[in-house]
Design a protein around this ligand. Structure first.
Ligand code: NDP
Length: 293
């Protein structure tokens, strides 16, 4: 049977189209503010994709660029200003922040009602309690992608490799929530996991979020499995003009012919992350208008 490619772009396009239509009928456009500190080239590229998404759906968007020498106080002052700004519904701090800044303290300062990334402890806590408000964009996007392609989750054995607060941990919670988009049996793996290959090989769905180029191959992924590759790794590629290429955490060429379905890198999970950010911002605006802030 032919392998199903779980492409994110067509799903992203559908979501953005729907959002653009809703924005046209809304009393005001939703507003997203992004804070970018420093000159990390990968972060700058991610921010430009977010700006492009905002333009496509007609959101008001602002990117606040601060130099890498920016102090903790300067960033906090900017967050406070955006928290108080009625035209801004969502605030996103582009991570990672320079090591000189206290990332946790800055994330904690974002008004939880504007925390469209879902990184604030209040929003993470709500997810643990089973009544999520904002769910982090990548985990939410993965579930939406699987649903779009008709991949059933209830009853499935899912192995997630990577336990970060951005991807693996919230995803494990979401997949184990009661309901048609969850009800999976989840094993959350990390660098301390023993017998990783045995766990992933015996899983129906393998989700790789490690940040380690092509680390999972035919020894880790069983024939017929569904594979979601979150990893984005730049490796050397002398055959290409740029000299580099992006690859995932899964050895795509090694497993593509034996699995039932797999996300490409790039073009799989990445476009879904941006679509979910815009959707969260839209939902934030509806809630903020309701609550009169
Ligand atoms: P982190 O570095 O924060 O976390 C990596 C996790 O993987 C850690 O839990 C680590 O374990 C685990 N890990 C690393 N190596 C191994 C190994 N050999 N065996 C088992 N576990 C391992 O990464 P992020 O979660 O932020 O990102 C992961 C990847 O996803 C990156 O490539 C990133 O670029 C990509 N990404 C893609 C997004 C998208 O939209 N497509 C969005 C966000 C991230 P331990 O905790 O023990 O250290």
């Amino acid at each position: 049977m032919e392998t199903l490619l779980l492409k994110g772009k067509p799903v992203r396009d559908q979501i953005l189209e729907k959002l653009a239509e809703q924005v046209r009928k809304a009393p005001r456009p939703p507003g997203l503010a992004v804070i970018l500190v420093g000159l990390d080239p990968a972060s700058a590229v991610y921010v430009s994709h977010k700006e492009k998404g905002c333009r496509e759906v007609g959101f008001h968007h602002e990117t606040h660029k601060l130099p890498c020498e920016a102090t903790q106080d300067e960033v906090i002052r900017l967050v406070d200003k955006l928290n108080a700004d009625d035209t801004i519904d969502g605030i996103l701090i582009q991570l990672p922040l320079p090591a000189s800044l206290d990332q946790d303290r800055i994330l904690l300062r974002v008004d939880p009602r504007k925390d469209v990334d879902g990184f604030h402890p209040e929003n993470l806590g709500r997810l643990v309690a089973g009544s999520p408000r904002f769910v982090s964009c990548t985990p939410k996007g993965i579930i939406r992608l699987l649903e779009h392609y008709g991949i059933q989750l209830p009853g499935k054995k899912v192995a997630i490799v990577g336990r970060s607060v951005i991807v693996g941990r919230p995803l494990a919670l979401l997949l184990s929530l009661k309901g048609p988009s969850g009800n999976a049996t989840v094993t959350l793996c990390h660098s301390g996991t023993r017998d990783l290959s045995a766990i992933t090989f015996s899983s129906d769905i393998v989700i790789a979020a490690m940040g380690s180029a092509r680390a999972l191959g035919e020894m880790e992924i069983a024939p017929g499995a569904v594979v979601v590759d979150v990893g984005i790794n730049r490796i050397e590629a002398p055959d290409r003009k740029s000299g580099t290429r992006l690859v995932g955490d899964v050895n795509f060429p090694e497993v593509v012919d034996r699995v039932a379905a797999i996300t490409p890198v790039p073009g799989g999970v990445g476009p879904m992350t941006i679509a979910m950010l815009l959707e969260n911002t839209w939902e934030a605006m509806l809630r903020n208008m309701d609550e009169g802030i």
